[in-house]
Design a protein around this ligand. Structure first.
Ligand code: ADP
Ligand code: MG
Length: 699
């Protein structure tokens, strides 16, 4: 069984095949219609689906069900109810109704709402999302749901994602019809998220309060070796890692998650997993599940999977690459250049729309990946810079330039442009190292948004991307809708030309890690929003409020609530880090240091009595260094404590976040520097926690 992949693939999922087998024909048809077109589902259909789902779940060992949702905490939430229903004769039956399938009422009051519940209803409800399949995990039937307040405000990440997918579909379909592609009735966004992570030994993890409470090391001197030899990337897998990856793949396959690629990453102990792409909504759910299963499987192997964006200083952190495209219900990838001139025109229109969207809403894309954890990566020469730009490659750049200058690139010969008259080449995939520095790269038939942090939900960046592109498609359709058919070709050309000359500033094919690019980007007027508190205020700017409310993705209230939540989240994260650091340094490190100092002092004293009463020798010098460092640590620790206390009294969310960014983080860095210096002088066995060397090189 374990080796029969096709048999285990999706075995824990209530998928299409099972639905077709288990559901009455008309019910199956009605459900398919809802899944494909988002039409309303009648309660009798829901009842029939619930019965079939429960039967299947119970057959497969499930005793409970849960609505599974994605509140603003960034992780998923669940509350399990059993299927049992007592009968009059003291027995039970396994029961599950359509109502229970469609709607749940978890107590919403303990989830972040950013003030939404203060103004509206205290309760929230979950609503079944039939477009993402239910599955069984640990004896429970999981039903993917959206999470809203009673007055309909979204309290989660799925609701706005579904809204944004619909917005993009509507606008894309309208534009495609104008362009003459009338068969298309629906456009889906597709995502393939590549996931990076670290694996370390569980015993090491247990000894590090910083990893336990914050997910990253707050202190720790560098190991003698880092990633400078470049020997880990794509290196051969160590047996323990290989065993982990094998089981992980098998587990993911059972959930119908098409895990495809696995390899070692650049940093020691760092790895990556990539699935085959899927519809945005399903891919987001799958990525959440993937992260959870990674942690679980690691635990079984005596390992800990770290998903933090920057668990270790001095080596690369972890991100996610969000591969993104749009596909029509007729099976056409709209970012594929295609094989006919007609497809080419369509491709160019959609390509240029994405370019404009990224330029117009660069601030939102930056915000969509902003978190305290990801701030350690962005712009740190290991991840794309905080400046959002697009890589399109030299070949496509020439094509775009030709459009702008009224000449067409054709194998090096410039000829008069006539859109649709020439078949575009298939563009070479972006595989080179240089291109890895771009935050937003065209890779042949999709875009790859590379600035995402490893632990974050991929929902947010895709909400922004879908909505921004939907808006530009709307503008394009508006411009082209009044054009008579015989003038369409030249109108499209004019539109592309005008759009490109206005937005080419966002295209950058060079090395995004250089200082020159930072200067060049400033000259081009591209925003460089370095840290989370710098970019978050843009979330509620007039321009962005208009975008989200126009497309009915967020109400103004929802936007402001999310803004509050993001700010609070940032401050809370750094606050926990500060308190953890204080605890670790004060209680663990300082006592170890004191003990070691007295040991050294003993030896120094012993030597002193031998050598004429003057402090000489190795120990005496070491003692001097260690005591000086200890004084320094004391001082910096006190500064961190005092500043954190002050930060705790602040009430304004933005000011608080700025204080954590500009005061607490530098305090922590200063403290870390001296602690690490002292750590380097102390024997490993005296240290109360495992070193970088131990954690990174012994799995
Ligand atoms: P790499 O980036 O390593 O060269 P690939 O180009 O094969 O690898 O794909 C990387 C990811 O992009 C995979 O998860 C893949 O499924 C996904 N992907 C491929 N085509 C699309 C598409 N049309 N839409 C979204 N994701 C896609
Ligand atoms: Mg990639």
């Amino acid at each position: 069984m374990e080796n029969n992949i096709p048999a285990i693939y999706g075995s824990l999922v209530f998928n299409d095949k099972i639905m077709r087998n288990k559901l009455p024909k008309d019910v199956y048809k009605a459900l398919r219609k809802t899944i494909q077109n988002g039409t309303h589902l009648e309660l009798d259909v829901a009842n029939a689906v619930a019965v079939a789902m429960k039967e299947w779940a119970v057959e497969n060992g499930a005793t409970h069900y849960t609505h599974w949702f994605q509140p603003m905490t960034g992780v998923t939430a669940e509350k399990h109810d059993s299927f049992i229903s007592p009968t009059d004769d003291g027995q039970i039956i396994m029961d599950f109704s359509g109502k229970e399938l469609v709607k749940g009422e978890p107590d919403a009051s303990s989830f972040p709402s950013g003030g939404l519940r203060a103004t509206f209803e205290a309760r929230g409800y979950t609503a079944w999302d039939p477009t993402s399949p239910a599955f069984i995990k640990d004896g429970t039937l999981y039903i993917p749901t959206a999470f809203c307040s009673y007055s309909g405000e979204a309290l989660d990440k799925k609701t706005p994602l579904l809204r944004s997918m619909e917005a993009l579909s509507n606008e894309a379909v309208k534009l495609l019809h104008i362009l003459g592609n009338k068969e298309v009735s629906h456009v889906s966004t597709t995502i393939g998220p590549e996931q990076e992570y670290f694996l370390i030994d569980k015993e090491d993890y247990k000894k590090r309060k910083d990893l336990i409470f914050t997910g990253r090391t707050l202190i720790g001197a560098p190991a003698p070796k880092g990633q400078e030899m470049e020997d880990h990337y794509f290196g051969s897998l160590r047996p323990r890692v290989s065993a982990f990856m094998h089981e992980l793949d098998t587990e993911l396959w059972k959930f119908g998650i098409p895990a495809k690629t696995k390899h070692n990453e650049v940093a020691p102990a760092q790895h990556e997993l990539a699935p085959v792409f899927d519809t945005a909504n399903v891919a987001v759910d799958h990525n959440q599940l993937t992260m959870e299963i990674m942690k679980k499987v690691a635990d079984k192997h005596g390992l800990i999977c770290l998903l933090h964006e920057k668990p270790f200083e001095g080596i690369n952190g972890s991100g996610k690459h969000n591969n993104w495209s749009m596909i029509t219900n007729t099976g056409l990838n709209l970012l594929d250049p295609g094989k006919t001139p007609g497809e080419n025109t369509q491709f160019l229109v959609f390509l240029v729309a994405v370019i404009k969207a990224v330029d117009d809403y660069a601030d939102l894309l930056r915000i969509s990946v902003a978190s305290a954890g990801n701030d350690h990566r962005l712009g740190a020469n290991e991840a794309p810079p905080a400046i959002v730009s697009i890589f399109v490659g030299d070949e496509l750049t020439q094509v775009l330039k030709a459009i702008e200058t009224d000449s067409f690139f054709n194998g090096g010969n410039k000829v008069q442009l006539e859109i649709g008259a020439h078949v575009l080449p298939h563009f070479v995939k972006d595989n080179t190292d240089r291109n890895r520095t771009s935050p937003f790269a065209f890779t042949g038939n999709k875009f790859e948004f590379r600035a995402l942090g490893s632990s974050a939900s991929v929902a947010t960046p895709n909400i922004v991307l879908n909505t921004a592109v939907a808006e530009v498609l709307r503008q394009f359709a508006e411009k082209l809708s009044k054009v008579p058919e015989e003038e369409l070709s030249s109108a499209v050309h004019a539109l592309l030309k005008e759009t490109l000359s206005e937005h080419k500033r966002v295209i950058f094919n060079g090395n995004g890690y250089t200082d020159e690019w930072v200067e060049e980007a400033a000259r081009r007027g591209l925003p460089n929003l370095k840290a989370t508190p710098d970019c978050l205020p843009c979330f509620v700017s007039d321009k962005n409020v208009k975008l989200f409310t126009d497309h009915k993705i967020f109400t103004k209230g929802e936007l402001f609530s999310r803004y509050e939540i993001l700010l609070e989240n940032y401050s809370k994260t750094i606050h926990i880090e500060s308190k953890t650091m204080e605890n670790m340094v004060q209680k663990d490190f300082m006592s170890a240091l004191s003990a070691y100092i007295s040991e050294v002092a003993e030896t120094a004293k012993a030597k002193m009595s031998v050598v004429s009463g003057i402090s000489v020798g190795y120990e005496a010098k070491l003692l001097e260094k260690l005591t000086a460092l200890q004084e320094d640590i004391m001082e910096k620790l006190e500064a961190l404590k005092a500043d954190t206390k002050t930060a705790e009294t602040l009430t304004d969310a933005l000011k608080t976040a700025q204080t954590y960014e500009n005061t607490i983080l530098p305090d922590m860095e200063a403290l870390r520097a001296v602690v690490d210096e002292a750590e380097a002088l102390i024997p490993d066995e005296v240290l109360p926690y495992p070193t970088y060397s131990k954690m990174l090189f012994y799995v």
